[in-house]
Design a protein around this ligand. Structure first.
Ligand SMILES: *[C@@H]1O[C@H](CO)[C@@H](O)[C@H](O)[C@H]1NC(C)=O
Ligand SMILES: *[C@@H]1O[C@H](CO)[C@@H](O)[C@H](O)[C@H]1NC(C)=O
Ligand SMILES: *[C@@H]1O[C@H](CO)[C@@H](O)[C@H](O)[C@H]1NC(C)=O
Ligand SMILES: *[C@@H]1O[C@H](CO)[C@@H](O)[C@H](O)[C@H]1NC(C)=O
Ligand SMILES: *[C@@H]1O[C@H](CO)[C@@H](O)[C@H](O)[C@H]1NC(C)=O
Ligand SMILES: *[C@@H]1O[C@H](CO)[C@@H](O)[C@H](O)[C@H]1NC(C)=O
Ligand SMILES: *[C@@H]1O[C@H](CO)[C@@H](O)[C@H](O)[C@H]1NC(C)=O
Ligand SMILES: *[C@@H]1O[C@H](CO)[C@@H](O)[C@H](O)[C@H]1NC(C)=O
Length: 753
């Protein structure tokens, strides 16, 4: 415990020492080295001092009485004049005794003391002090001496009957009077008299008082008439100076010289003898000490320097300057420092460049953000449209040697190819969407199908169908080149087929007249071949679902290209029937499928039958121009056959006088295709074989027209051909019991094959 206390004590000691060091290092010396610079709390600057060698001469001796006072009190010389402050510029604050003359109630003097001050050298300041007398039965005077010679007498009289006449706040004759004091007085006596021995005013003023006092520290009040009797001293101010000679006399001396040290000047005193010293302008400190006058750092005090921008301190002075790029006198104010013109230009240019680069930066950021957003959107569409799923499927198939798989196009590629989906590029419009002609960057001409809006649930089927189509490689199928998922609605890219649809060729009068039977037969055979291929030869059976003349396209050599494998029809399976009807292909729709919703490959056979009838008759599948019972072409045709009116319904353009038999055969084939019961219809393979057979026969075996017997032969021939074909193709097992569409054309996307 004691160790700890000791340690703490030591620490405190060290701290105190450090503090003392710091304080002494901060304050400028005011006295000579080794001299007492303080008595009590009063500083004692040189030329004053408490002992020989510390003061300038005897006049400046300060006696510090520490035996009777705590804190110690300084006294002037060896006398009893207490010093309260010493200032280096010539003032000395002292405490001055009061003169008083007191009586008892009967007018008998009980106390009288005069106040005489004998100053050896210093003089009473006539500017800071006043002579004041307080009392209501008072006559006071002052006698001033310079040396031993009386210089002047002054005084004042104050009488009053009642305290009510006494002003409370000013010394104005009633109760209190004052006079100035003369210049250069170093000795004075104060005297007091009363007229009535205070007998009339004793109740409120038993004494008269007179004194010299520092004017700023004395405020008269009524209470003083009574209270001053308890006061012995009041503050007063002395003026001090050195010696009895003026500056000229002192500086003229060869040996001693003036007491003024470096960086200071000598100043004569006006109203006394001797001189004082003063630091030069720009210096401060004690001019009586060597190195007492220290340079003032004006730059640290803005009140002294007042510079606009830069302040430079010099020995005894300072100057203002301007920063680089400015000119002027540097003093605070509008004109002090003015920017150079070049700087103005530089700043302007700088700001402009800054602004421009900021703008550029901002617009870059904005554009970048837009691009990023677009990319994100594309990515979203790509995902939403099943692009990832397809990519995966395609990559899984990479192993299987598929010669042609669909390519995935970017949205930009297609936009560029179609000139931003320009109107002039539209080649077809329908319930499914719009078809544009596009030219890819490698020069290939393509058809781009922009589907109508789809919902998320249909994506899987869409992918499935794209995959199916990408598998088919048949010269009579419109080739799917690829697709694009980056748009909200997927886009499909097909090979471009130049000559429009079969529908056009049949129903456009000018084209139909040149549309020879042989060509029609060939196209029918080609289309049938495709459907047969889809039903049986493709790796997975595919039912087209929407066979019709508008879905059979023709290229430049009028070769059939079957299109629209439902690829663009992304409606869920259970809505397929509905959408098919809505899309206006009612005339081609298999009635059995329509009733039962059970789709089989025979539905395609029925639809193909309608196309055959269309080719034969040149009439539309559904026409409201015909009578009600004949509106459906299939019905119309079947009833005509029944009534043996075939020749009437066949298109004139196909009659060439040599093909009656052939027409009859095709009619019969169509009739069988149009059977109401699917089971009774031939398979697509049978149809294809028959048509191919008829075509070949027409080429090698010109038929004899108008020959009734030929009909028989024809039928038997047909039978033979059919049988042959069947044995070749093994078409017997084509009805393999597809119950719903789902079961055959939809690939099992998710079963991870
Ligand atoms: C000295 O101390 C006294 C009282 O402590 C105070 O009234 C007086 O003004 C002080 N004087 C100076 C010069 O600080
Ligand atoms: C200090 O003051 C007292 C009372 O005024 C006086 O008696 C004494 O002599 C003084 N001491 C010195 C050293 O001046
Ligand atoms: C003492 O004198 C100095 C210089 O005139 C002054 O700054 C200071 O306020 C004075 N102190 C008192 C207590 O009057
Ligand atoms: C006043 O007092 C003085 C001295 O005590 C005395 O000589 C004088 O007679 C008195 N005068 C009056 C009028 O009482
Ligand atoms: C006179 O002035 C003093 C101080 O200024 C105050 O305390 C006192 O009440 C005043 N007396 C009258 C009678 O106004
Ligand atoms: C005298 O009065 C003035 C204003 O009335 C005041 O500022 C000052 O402090 C007073 N002086 C004294 C010593 O009371
Ligand atoms: C004036 O004061 C400076 C320091 O403030 C000092 O270096 C220089 O010597 C002084 N001049 C004289 C003549 O003492
Ligand atoms: C002399 O008079 C002036 C103004 O009248 C005054 O400032 C100065 O303090 C007086 N005393 C001395 C010793 O100069």
């Amino acid at each position: 415990m004691s160790m700890r206390i000791k340690k703490m004590f030591l620490l405190q000691l060290v701290l105190a020492a450090i503090e003392v060091l710091l304080v002494s290092s901060q304050t400028v010396d005011i006295t000579r080295e080794g001299c007492q610079d303080k008595c009590g709390n009063v500083s004692i600057p040189y030329p004053f001092g408490t002992r020989g060698g510390c003061y300038h001469d005897e006049d400046f001796l300060i006696t510090c009485n520490s035996t009777s006072y705590n804190p110690p009190k300084p006294f002037l010389r060896k006398g009893n004049i207490e010093v309260t402050n010493i200032s280096i510029d010539g003032k000395l604050n002292i405490m001055q005794y009061i003169a008083r003359d007191c009586y008892d109630s009967s007018g008998f003097r009980i106390k009288k003391n005069s106040a005489s001050t004998r100053l050896s050298k210093f003089i009473i300041s006539n500017t800071d002090n006043k002579f004041i007398a307080v009392g209501c039965d008072t006559y006071a005077g002052i006698q001033g001496f310079q040396g031993k010679i009386m210089k002047y007498t002054g005084g004042c009289i104050s009488t009053c009957d009642s305290i009510d006449y006494v002003a409370n706040d000013s010394c104005s004759v009633i109760g209190c009077c004052q006079t100035s004091i003369a210049k250069g007085v170093s000795h004075f006596d104060v005297f007091l008299h009363s007229y009535q021995n205070h007998t009339d005013v004793w109740s409120f003023n038993p004494c008269s008082f007179a004194f010299i006092v520092e004017e700023s520290k004395f405020n008269f009040s009524r209470a003083m008439l009574m209270d001053l009797k308890d006061v012995t001293v009041l503050p007063a101010v002395l003026d001090w100076s050195i010696g009895n000679e003026n500056c000229k006399q002192v500086e003229g001396k060869m040996i001693a010289g003036s007491a003024c040290q470096g960086n200071s000047t000598c100043v004569d005193v006006e109203n006394g003898s001797g001189y004082r010293c003063k630091c030069k302008d720009g210096y401060q400190g004690n001019p009586y000490l060597s190195n007492g006058c220290q340079d003032i750092d004006e730059c640290e005090d803005p009140k002294l320097s007042n510079c606009a921008q830069k302040c430079v301190n010099t020995e005894g002075n300072h100057y203002c300057s301007c920063r680089k790029g400015y000119h002027g006198n540097g003093i605070a104010g509008e004109e002090g420092c003015i920017a150079n013109r070049t700087l103005v230009v530089q700043i302007t240019v700088g700001i402009a460049v800054g602004l421009i680069s900021l703008l550029t930066c901002c617009s870059w950021l904005y554009l970048g953000y837009r691009r990023w957003k677009l990319m994100k959107l594309k990515e979203r569409f790509f995902r939403q449209n099943g692009g990832l799923m397809l990519q995966q499927q395609l990559s899984e198939r990479q192993g299987g040697a598929t010669n042609q798989t669909a390519k995935i196009f970017t949205a930009e590629e297609l936009e560029k190819a179609t000139n931003n989906y320009h109107e002039t590029r539209i080649v077809g419009k329908g319930g499914y969407g719009t078809v544009y002609k596009g030219i890819l960057s490698d020069g290939r001409v393509v058809a781009i199908k922009k589907s109508k809006l789809v919902d998320q649930s249909q994506i899987e089927q869409f992918i499935n169908e794209v995959l199916v189509l990408s598998q088919i490689n048949h010269r009579n199928v419109v080739k799917l080149l690829g697709c694009c998922f980056e748009t909200e609605v997927p886009r499909l890219v097909y090979e471009f087929v130049t000559n429009g649809t079969l529908f056009d060729y049949i129903h456009n009068k000018s084209k139909a007249s040149n549309f020879a039977w042989e060509t029609r037969l060939r196209i029918a055979a080609e289309a049938a071949g495709v459907l047969s291929y889809l039903h049986s030869a493709a790796s997975v059976p595919i039912i087209h679902r929407d066979v019709k003349s508008t879905n059979i396209l023709l290229d430049e050599t009028l070769t059939a290209k079957v299109s629209d494998f439902g690829a663009s029809r992304l409606v869920p399976l259970d809505q397929t029937e509905l959408s098919t009807m809505v899309q206006g292909t009612l005339g081609y729709l298999d009635p059995e499928y329509f009733q039962t919703s059970q789709l089989t490959d025979k539905s395609d056979v029925y639809s193909f039958g309608v196309v055959l009838v269309e080719l034969l008759t040149g009439k539309k599948a559904l026409s409201f121009d015909r009578q009600e019972e004949d509106r459906n072409l299939a019905m119309y045709f079947l009833s005509a056959l029944k009534e043996n009116r075939l020749v009437q319904v066949v298109d004139e353009c196909v009659l060439n006088g040599a093909n009656d038999k052939q027409l009859k055969e095709v009619s019969n084939l169509a009739k069988r295709c149009l059977k109401v019961k699917g089971e009774e219809r031939p398979t697509m393979m049978e149809v294809a074989s028959e048509l191919e057979g008829l075509r070949r026969m027409a080429m090698h075996h010109p038929w004899v027209n108008n020959d009734e017997s030929n009909a028989q032969e024809n039928e038997s021939l047909l039978g033979e051909i059919s049988l042959e074909t069947f044995s070749h193709g093994g078409g017997g097992d084509t009805s393999s019991g597809y119950d719903t569409m789902r079961n055959h054309i939809i690939l099992p996307v998710n079963d991870g094959r």
